[in-house]
Design a protein around this ligand. Structure first.
Ligand code: NPW
Ligand code: ADP
Ligand code: K
Length: 526
């Protein structure tokens, strides 16, 4: 996913806000109540026309099919059609609405289109070829719960997709829900999405990741940050800047980088704890202890001897642990739940993953212990674990990941990442971050264990739970993206490879080009 900003210099190097439909509507109201209200539809249509001209209608491609729907998204399309027509392109416009029911802005757009010499068609003409399509059927006003698509819209969308032409979606690909990213029926597969005013959550998660193409944010000259305080942000390189650990002082020792305890590794699942341990080690923890549930644990890990393997009870006797990661390969036997209970009662920051979450879902007393913790906890559920915690099914979680993440954070008094394509991070202050990194190479066993180990490493190095959460989620996905870039995936990418790739990236991010020279002694004799 590539996200570009048009004319938004103020946002560079700062986190990029993401707005729900309600927030976009609130911004719109505030803009309309300004002394000289900006003509937002005119600006949206003009921005869209520029994007079509500069990206799709190039190299002699000069004809465009514009789809204008029944609402203001259709109004934007009619404005874009007018500009493209005035600039000399051949424009065919399909209008699916009823003129008498248009908003005043959209009505004006329609009249201006007709006054400029444009025509309106009811259906896509059969005998014409185009070079590109502008999709202005539906934007944030699509309401499939209220009225599902009738056959006309389903067929229009399927026809557009089957034409194999580049498509510019206005605001959001038609058929996609702007808040949840779900597309329960037909949905436009866009090449570019011009997202007006700001990013929408639905563009960034669930089906959204499949159908937006490149996203270009057009802020329509609005300084949105001065109008409302956003609660949602894009998790990209801008956002993790303040989460990076500082360069290490030359005069450092392992005690300065914390000690992670990892509790998991029941019989048959030792690998999960081991992966979390290796991730904690290679992302910079000073010491890593594995407290294994398995009855006859190994005493040493021959391929990673730096990991200190202990029977799980001994882990609780260590007095210098900085944080605990509970869950990788934990299982759900009685020893596992007793260990989890002990962990929940320690004053250490916790990362809870996998079976730790399943146990909390199953035993109300563990959930109560979690809710009453005074030190930070991070949870890392995927949709199925989230469903168990909220006593629902994974499909319901996926239908509204946003609400699910919010409920989990509130119900369990935790920061969390709801994992999956477009991972969603919830902080305890109510702020949400939409991850932009990662790819299907991560869909293999063990990558979640690596993520929890990375969080442990960052907590151990002194980052706050929020910083550890955001940095780990973004870095984990970026590590997979770097592997993909080198053809080590997406097919066959392994969790162990993510660890090494993440280590490489983290060092580059923290040190830039300076790592090799920073600690070199420069002594000369004069
Ligand atoms: N907000 C702003 O500041 C700005 C907004 N702008 C633009 O406006 C867009 C939002 O416009 P919008 O509110 O008119 O909604 P829109 O997406 O056109 O759809 C509503 C229409 O679709 C209909 N409809 C819905 N579901 C349907 C279904 N399943 N099947 C059939 N019909 C269905 C619905 O009918 P109703 O539910 O009213 O019966 C109504 O007629 C926004 O995305 C952006 O592009 C820009 O101009 C810049 C400033
Ligand atoms: N298609 C995908 N795109 C981006 N990230 C993904 C995708 N599939 C999986 N992931 C990420 O991979 C990790 C998988 O975690 P999890 O399901 O707990 O795996 P495991 O339990 O096998 O370790 C999560 O961080 C998730 O967000
Ligand atoms: K659209």
């Amino acid at each position: 996913m590539v996200i570009l900003h048009e004319k938004a210099p103020g946002l560079m190097n700062n986190p990029i806000p993401v707005y729900t439909t309600d927030e976009i509507r609130a911004i719109e109201q505030l803009a309309f109540s300004m002394p000289n209200p900006p003509g937002l539809m005119e600006k949206a249509g003009l921005a869209a026309a520029h994007i079509a001209k500069d990206n799709l209608l190039v190299d002699g491609r000069n004809s465009v099919l514009v789809m204008a729907g029944p609402g203001n998204n259709g109004g934007d399309a009619l404005v874009a059609a007018r500009y493209l027509h005035n600039w000399g392109f051949q424009v065919t416009t399909i209008f699916t609405g009823v003129a008498a029911r248009l908003s005043p802005d959209a009505k004006r757009a329609l009249e201006s289109w007709l006054a400029a010499g444009g025509h309106l068609h009811d259906e896509i003409p059969a005998d014409v070829q185009w070079h590109a399509i502008v999709d202005g059927l539906f934007g944030i006003g699509l309401n499939l719960a209220k009225h599902p698509f009738d056959e006309k819209y389903r067929q229009l969308i399927e026809t557009i997709n089957s034409m194999q032409l580049p498509v510019l979606a206005l605001d959001i690909p038609s058929g996609l829900d702007a808040d949840t990213g779900t597309a329960p029926d037909a949905v436009i597969k866009a090449t570019i999405t011009a997202s007006f005013i700001g990013l929408k959550p639905g563009l960034l998660m669930h089906d959204g990741s499949e159908c937006t193409g490149k996203i270009i944010v057009c802020n329509l000259d609005l300084d949105t940050l001065s109008l409302i305080t956003p609660r949602s942000w894009l998790l990209d390189h801008n956002a993790i800047h303040y989460c990076l650990p500082s360069p290490r002082p030359a005069n450092s020792h392992k005690g300065g980088f914390g000690s992670v305890g990892i509790i998991g590794g029941a019989s048959g699942m030792i690998g999960a704890a081991r992966l979390a341990g290796m991730a904690a080690l290679k992302l910079g923890a000073g010491r890593v202890y594995l407290g294994l549930i398995a009855e006859a644990p190994l005493t040493i890990d021959p391929t990673q001897p730096e990991l200190m393997l202990r029977p799980v009870d001994e882990l609780f006797e260590l007095d210098h642990l900085t944080c605990l990661v509970v869950g990788p390969g934990l299982g759900q036997e009685i020893t596992a739940s007793l260990c989890l209970e002990k962990a929940l009662h320690t004053p250490l920051p916790l990362v809870l993953d996998a079976d730790a979450l399943n146990l909390i879902a199953a035993y109300p007393e563990l959930a109560t212990a979690l809710r009453s913790r005074q030190t930070p906890t991070i949870m890392t559920p995927h949709a199925a674990e989230a469903a168990r915690l909220l006593h629902t099914d994974p499909a319901s979680i996926q239908r509204d990941r946003f609400t699910a993440a919010e409920r989990l954070a509130k119900d369990f008094n935790c920061a969390l990442v709801l994992k999956g394509a477009g991972s969603l991070c919830m902080l305890t202050n109510g702020h949400r971050y939409f991850n932009t990194s990662g790819n299907p190479g991560l869909s293999s066993a063990g990558t979640g264990d690596v993520l929890s180990g990375m969080m442990g490493a960052f907590l151990a190095q002194g980052l706050s739970s929020e910083q550890a959460l955001l940095l780990a989620v973004y870095l984990h996905g970026s590590a997979a993206d770097a592997l993909l870039g080198a053809w080590h995936g997406p097919i066959g990418m392994t969790a162990s490879e993510i660890i090494d790739s993440a280590r490489c990236l983290l060092n580059r991010w923290v040190y830039g080009d300076e790592a090799q020279t920073r600690y070199a002694h420069s002594v000369s004799v004069y």
